[in-house]
Design a protein around this ligand. Sequence first.
Ligand code: GCB
Length: 604
Amino acid sequence: TTVCGILYPRESESREVVPLDGIWKFCTSPAEDQEKGFRNKWFSTDLEEWIPMPVPSSYNDITVNSVVRDFIGWTWYQRQFYTPKRWWLDKQRVVLRFGSVHYTAIVWVNGKKACKHSGGHLPFEADITTLLFYGTANLVTVAVNSTLTLSTLPQGYVQHPNDTRRYPPGYALFHYDFDFFNYAGIHRPVYLYTTPQTYIDDITVTTDIHEDVGIVKYTVEYQNKLRDPSSVPQCTVTVFAKDGTKVTSVTGVSGKVHIPKANFWWPYLTNPSPGYLYTLEICLTSEIGKDVYRLPVGVRKIAWNSTTFFINNMPTYFRGFGKHEDSNLRGKGLDYALLIRDYNLIAWLGANAYRTSHYPYAEEALDMADALGIMIIDESPACTIDNFSEELLQKHKEVMTDFVRRDKNRPSVVMWSLANEPSSFRNESREYFSALVNLTKSLDPTRPVTFVTSQTVDEDKAVQFMDIICINRYPAWYSDSGRTDLIQLQVKNELVAWHLKFNKPVLVTEYGAGSVIGMHTAPSSMWTEDYQVVTLTEHFKAFDTLYKEGFLIGEMIWNFADFATPQEYIRPGGCKKGLFTRERQPKMAAHITRWRYWTLAHSS
Ligand code: GCB
C-alpha cells in the first residue's frame, strides 16, 4: 500500500477548495441504545430529530443541556452540499478532508462509507470522487464517538459501578487522568478540494544554512490515478521570496535548491523580520495538464549539544508557556478571532515559543507560528499515559507517524514531544519510550525528540533516551503549598541534579500557580493574583542564577490562559494558572511576564 501525504488543502490554478463549515444537523444517540443510528441507517437519510450545531466547534458547551455537555458515546452530524458538474466533466479527483474530529469518526457520503478515523487531533481525508452526485445535492454524515479507552491517546475508561445503593443499574462513570475537559465534536475545518488525476501527493522539505546561503532539500511524491505507465510527469520547483520575486528554479521530483544571501527563519525578536517564509512552488506537468501546490518554507538550521539549543548556529533560549486549544462556548473548536487574539497576546508578551500541550494543534495555528517566528514544541496527544501496553505503543507509533507527516515541513516546529507526564517511573516505560524515540528519529532525523516528565531525577526511566530534558514542577503549589520562600532553593537544586545526571540541556516546560482574577491578599496567599506573581518572580530569580551555569535552555509558564477541566473540587471553575483569563484578558502575572520576556529578549 502506498503511504499518502496529508498536505493542507491550498487553492491553486489546478485545485479548488470548498469549505463545508457552517451549521450542521446534530443529534446524540440515546444513552441506552448507542447502536440506534447504525441500525436505522441514519447515514442514508435526513436525520429526523436534530438540533443545529456549529462546525468547527466542540458540541459540549453550545446547548444548555448537561446531557450534551457530558455526553460520552456516538453523536451524529449531517449536512447537504452541492458539487458542480464541471468537476466531473474535467475529471477532477475530489477529496473530503477533516482537520480533526474528536475522537473516533465514521464518514458516509450519500449513504456509502467514505472513511473511518480514530484520534482526535490530526487530519484525515477520503477520495470521494466516485461517491458524489455531480450537479445535484449530496449528503454527508459523520458519526463521532468521544469515548476514550486504555488504547486511545489520551487514555480514558468507562466504569460501571455495581453499588446499587448509590448508582442505578447500568450507570456509567467516565474517567480520565489528564487535566483538561474531554471536549468532542468536529473541531477543525471541513474541506472539499479537487486535484487533477495525476497530482502532488506529498512534499518533504529539509533546510540547512551555509554562511549566508540557504539550502532547501526537497522530495515530491505524486500519484497517477490514470495508471498509464508511459506518462511520467515532469516536476518543476520554483522558489519565490516573500515579496513575490522569483529566486531560482530547478527540475526533478527530488533535489536541492541553493538560495544565495538567504533570509533565514528566525524566532520572534531575534531579528527585525522573524518568521521569514519563502514560497516553494511545485508544478507537476503530465499529459493531462498541470498540478500546482505552493508550500511556505522557512530556511533554518536546528542544532543542540549537552548544554545549548541553537537556531542558525545562535544559542536560543525559549521564552514561552504551555497552551490549550480552549475557549468559551466553542471549547476546542478552531476560531479565527481567538487564534489571532492569541498571537497578538504572544507578541505583546515578547514570547518566542510555546508547547502544543497536550496534543497536536490546528494547522491554522501552526501557520501563524511559522509566519511570526514562534518556536513550537510539537506534542503528541499522549497526556498522562499510565498503562503501557503493546496495543498502546502501536497506536502511539501510528500517531507519531501521522503527526510527523503533517508537521515535518514547518520551520516553527523545533522539537517533538512524545508525551506529557507519563508514568515514567514504571519499568515498562523504558522500552516503550526507547522504541518511540527510535521511530521518531527515523521519521525525522533533523529535530530533537523529548517528552515531558514530572517524575523525580532518581525515579524516571525514560529521560535517558531524550535529546532535551523537559520538566514540569510546581514548588509552592502541589508541594509545600503556600511556601514561596522555598522556590529558589528547590528549583536550583533540582535542575542542577537533572543536568548532572544526564548531561543534557534542561527546559522547564511547566511551573506556576493558580489565580482567580480579582483576588488579592497581602501577604500573598494561594489563588490570589499576588501569589501567582510571587511564584513566577521567585522562579525568575532561580532561572537567572542557573542561566549562568549554561544548561538551562528555556522557561515556560503553565499556562497561557485559564482553561476548562472536568468538574473537581480542586479547580474553581477550571484550571486558573493562566497569565490571561479564559476570555484572554491579562492578569497581573501577564504584566510581569511581559516585563521579563522583553528584558530577556533584549539581553541575549
Ligand atoms: C500538570 C499537567 C497539566 C496540568 C497542570 C495543573 O502537571 O501537565 O496538564 O494542567 O499540571 O495545573 O495541574
